[in-house]
Design a protein. Structure first.
Length: 298
């Protein structure tokens, strides 16, 4: 069975690594958070002191950090993975970093005979914990097949996008368009109903079970009504990062994204007002305008 290294034990990474351990894999890990390292060790993981130590004597490394800069540091920085990764080994990048950085990092790793696997994911903390992530994977087909057992542990919907790293990130950006538009749509619909005097629970029930209903709508509407704006595992700052990546790609390709650009500004405004909160917090911008909280009468 493969020896795995895992770097980035945050809200998603801690559960992804745990699921691999439970599946019987030997997993070495590193994170800048001592608390997460303790949790990882309690889950049965092997604690390392540096990224390079994680890369020693493993077959596959998984990186689940936040930004492209962080991925580059993990790979090529001081005490980075590439100091110790064996020729012919593989690195699965599960972070959302954009198509261009992914392609550039893959080229640099290939020069050291290490294959980068672009493994964009969606599903948030809930999907990571349940092992039900949707995974958009781009790499040479042989590398995809060689790591299929790992993907089967981490995800439920596993889609092979293509041969070139960066293609998975492209599909994730398409998902980012839907996430931005859907998030603002939920907030506006719930605020409109509340201002008109309809119990938000009724609005949520009808819309959640109608033609526009979705898991995202039902989850966000429930969190809005219950006033749970933090700790829900879907942080607004990550959505904002994703929508900025979408807009960067659209600008580079010369594609105007009218709706996404407006939603990006709404999300930006919510970030300024409610830093540290979750994706449905933009509803509070509308509540400030209407003067009516989206909460049930019950």
């Amino acid at each position: 069975m493969k020896k795995i290294g895992f770097i980035g034990l945050g809200d998603m990474g801690i559960f992804m690594s745990r699921n691999l351990i439970r599946a019987g894999y030997s997993v070495k890990g590193f994170d800048v958070s001592e608390e997460r390292m303790k949790q990882f060790q309690q889950n049965g993981g092997i604690v390392c002191k540096t990224n390079a130590q994680v890369g020693t004597d493993i077959d596959v490394a998984i990186i689940m950090v936040v930004t492209a800069q962080q991925v580059e540091t993990v790979l090529f920085g001081e005490n980075g993975l590439m100091e110790k990764m064996r020729p012919g080994s593989r690195v699965i990048i599960a972070a959302t970093i954009g198509d261009k950085p992914m392609m550039e990092l893959a080229e640099r790793a290939a020069a050291k005979d290490v294959q980068i696997i672009d493994c964009a994911v969606t599903g948030g903390q809930i999907g990571a914990e349940a092992g039900s992530l949707a995974m958009m994977i781009a790499a040479p087909k042989a590398d995809f097949e060689a790591c299929r057992d790992i993907f089967d542990v981490l995800g439920k919907t596993i889609v092979y996008v293509g041969e070139r790293p960066g293609m998975g990130q492209t599909v994730k950006n398409c998902n980012g368009v839907m996430s931005a538009l859907s998030t603002v749509a939920v907030c506006e619909a719930m605020a409109l109903g509340a201002k008109a005097g309809v119990d938000p629970k009724i609005v949520a029930e009808v819309l959640g079970n109608g033609s526009c209903g979705s898991p995202l709508f039902r989850n966000y509407a429930e969190k809005i009504i219950s006033r749970k704006f933090s700790g829900g595992g879907v942080q607004l700052k990550l959505l904002y990062k994703d929508t900025n990546l979408v807009m960067e790609m659209a600008t580079r390709l010369g594609i105007p994204l009218y709706g996404t650009s407006v939603c990006n500004e709404v999300i930006h405004a919510a970030m300024a007002r409610f830093p540290g909160e979750d994706c449905w917090s933009p509803v509070k911008l509308y509540e400030e305008i209407t003067g009516v909280p989206v909460e049930s009468e019950e």
